[in-house]
Structure formats: structure tokens, C-alpha cells
Design a protein around this ligand. Structure first.
Ligand code: NAP
Length: 285
């Protein structure tokens, strides 16, 4: 089975590297061709046309920005037949979008399942990415080994849609915890209280989340360069969450306020900075 990956961005490139390290013969496709150069040096085969890529690939991993990018890449070139192809969708998209892709690919005689992930570049490098699977059990069994190249936690959740829903539930926590911590940290600093004491209390309490310590240096130095996960993708996820949660009658009023903070952060030029940059909008200099 020939494996291929579409989308060699922040996440796609290290995943491709891990697949190559695991001795998969890998096909890659990316809109901006220069982003596959380092992978070609490691042995990947890069394609300029999506039709040629699909023709030569059996298992196609998608790691693209969003649903629109997936539709553009897969369907704009009028590929009419995905027979004997399995599409594994790993980007963060809405459950309804994933179910829609499942229908479209199945109609074109291909197989589709979803495998969104929790974790970022360091977790890929350390093979600690958490992979959430929404598929048939047969599809999962067929492809499980592929995920083992970059994950030691592969969690089967049931049919397509469930893993995308789980991913949004988890990302809602990333968004809300980041804003909640930024507010309290800013308040502590403005009251001239020692941040170390604040952190000691937090660490010994039930309120603590590891992400607080992970991002603390960014907040204190107000340095948000070299992002693993940029503000623009957090806003994309927030909009997916707002729609998907509302469909299930979950009150999202708190997130609507957080959205204003993210828009402010993007207007201040932080779209491509690490998502912790929203601290500057919660606690401006
Ligand atoms: N970064 C993280 O820590 C993280 C963690 C978990 C999940 N995710 C999710 O994983 C997905 C990928 O994230 P990422 O951080 O790797 O994003 P990224 O660095 O922005 O990469 C996005 C990829 O999508 C491609 N793309 C975007 N629009 C396109 C279009 N219209 N046509 C063709 N290709 C298009 C880009 O191609 P070009 O190179 O040509 O722009 C690039 O390969 C997102 O859904 C994100 O929410 C990210």
C-alpha cells in the first residue's frame, strides 16, 4: 500500500518525516512546492499535480488548514473516481464537514475516515501525538500501523463525526483555559504580586492545567514567535466550535466574548504568531 500525505505545513511536515523514518515510501503533495523540498531530500516523492498524486497513492493522509482547503484540493481537479483509495482526514474540521466528506468520497467509490489529533509539533517528534479515530473498525485495523509512526495513543471513538466532535470538545478547553489563565496572570502582575507564588499556589491546587506552565514563558516575555499552533487556526477552530456546539444546544455566550479577543489579536498582526499571543489582547502592555 502506497502512503501519501497532502499538506506539508506545520503539522504535515513532521508527520511526513516520522513516516519516512518508519521506512514508508511516501508520496507528498503541497500547494506551495518549496515546502516539500526537505522531504524530497529524506526520500519522499513530491508531485506537482494532484491527479498524478492520487493515481499513485493508495492511502491518502490529509493535513490541510480547513474544510474549504480539503474540498479545493480533492475536488477542484474533477477527480471522478477514488476506487481502492482510502482518505484519512487529520485536520481539525466540524463533525458535519467530516460526515459530508465521507459521503462525497464514498459516492466516488473511495473509503474515508477521520483521524484528528491532539498535540503539536513536539508531540509528533516524540511520537506522543494523540490520534482520535472516527471510522469503521475494519478501516482502523487496516491503517493503525501508520499512526504508530507518530503516536503512542490512538483512540477509537466510533463512526465518522465522533472523533471530530471530540477534537472540538478538547480545543474548546484550549481556548477557554488560555483566556482564563491570561486574565488571572495579568491581574496578579498588575497587583504587583510575585508570579512565582501565584504559580506555586496554582500547581498545588485542583485548578492547575499543564498548559499554564507550558505557555508561561511566552506570556512573561511577551514572545509569541515560532508558533506550533497559530492564532488564525485557533480562530478557525473557535468558529467551528461556535457552530457545532450551538447545533447541540450548548450555550456558547462565553466563547462569543473570547472571539472578540481573537479578532483583536489578529487585527494587531498576530495571525501567524503562537496562539498564546492572545495574552497581549487580554493584558495589553
Ligand atoms: N499546528 C498545530 O499545533 C495543530 C494541532 C492540531 C491540529 N491542527 C490542525 O491541523 C491542520 C493543519 O494545521 P497546520 O498547523 O499544519 O497548518 P499550516 O501550517 O497552516 O498548514 C496548512 C496546510 O494547508 C495547505 N492549504 C491551505 N489552504 C489551501 C488551499 N486552499 N489549497 C491547497 N492547500 C491549502 C497549506 O498549503 P501551503 O503550504 O501552500 O499554504 C498547508 O500545507 C489544521 O486544521 C489545524 O487546525 C494543528
Amino acid at each position: 500500500m502506497k502512503v501519501g500525505l497532502i499538506g506539508t505545513g506545520l503539522m504535515g511536515k513532521p508527520i511526513a518525516q516520522k513516516l519516512l523514518e518508519s521506512k514508508y515510501e511516501l508520496n507528498v503533495f503541497n500547494r506551495t512546492k518549496s515546502k516539500t523540498d526537505s522531504l524530497i531530500k529524506l526520500g519522499a516523492k513530491s508531485f506537482t499535480g494532484i491527479r498524478e498524486f492520487v493515481a499513485e497513492t493508495d492511502i491518502i493522509i490529509l493535513m490541510l488548514s480547513n474544510y474549504d482547503a480539503i474540498v479545493e484540493v480533492l475536488f477542484a481537479s474533477n477527480i471522478r473516481n477514488f476506487e481502492n483509495k482510502t482518505i484519512i482526514q487529520m485536520s481539525t474540521i466540524a463533525p458535519t464537514e467530516s460526515i459530508d466528506l465521507h459521503k462525497r468520497i464514498t459516492k466516488l467509490r473511495g473509503e474515508y475516515f477521520e483521524a484528528p489529533v491532539l498535540g503539536s509539533i513536539p508531540q509528533i517528534i516524540n511520537s506522543e501525538l494523540i490520534v482520535l479515530i472516527g471510522s469503521s473498525e475494519k478501516q482502523f485495523t487496516k491503517c493503525e500501523n501508520i499512526f504508530k509512526s507518530f503516536s503512542n495513543k490512538i483512540i477509537y471513538l466510533g463512526e465518522v463525526g465522533k472523533a471530530s466532535a471530540m477534537k472540538l470538545a478538547l480545543n474548546q478547553l484550549i481556548i477557554s483555559e488560555t483566556v482564563a489563565f491570561s486574565m488571572s496572570l495579568g491581574f496578579v502582575i498588575e497587583n504587583n504580586i510575585d508570579v512565582n507564588i501565584f504559580m506555586e499556589i496554582l500547581r498545588s491546587s485542583a485548578l492547575y492545567a499543564a498548559t499554564f506552565d507550558k505557555k508561561l514563558p511566552n506570556y512573561l516575555n511577551r514572545n509569541f514567535d515560532n508558533p506550533n499552533f497559530p492564532v488564525k487556526h485557533l480562530l478557525k477552530d473557535l468558529d467551528l466550535i461556535l457552530n457545532s456546539f450551538a447545533e447541540k444546544n450548548i450555550n456558547t455566550d462565553s466563547l462569543k466574548s473570547i472571539r472578540k479577543i481573537l479578532i483583536d489579536s489578529i487585527q494587531k498582526g498576530n495571525a501567524d504568531k503562537d496562539y498564546s499571543a492572545l495574552y497581549n489582547s487580554v493584558h495589553p502592555i
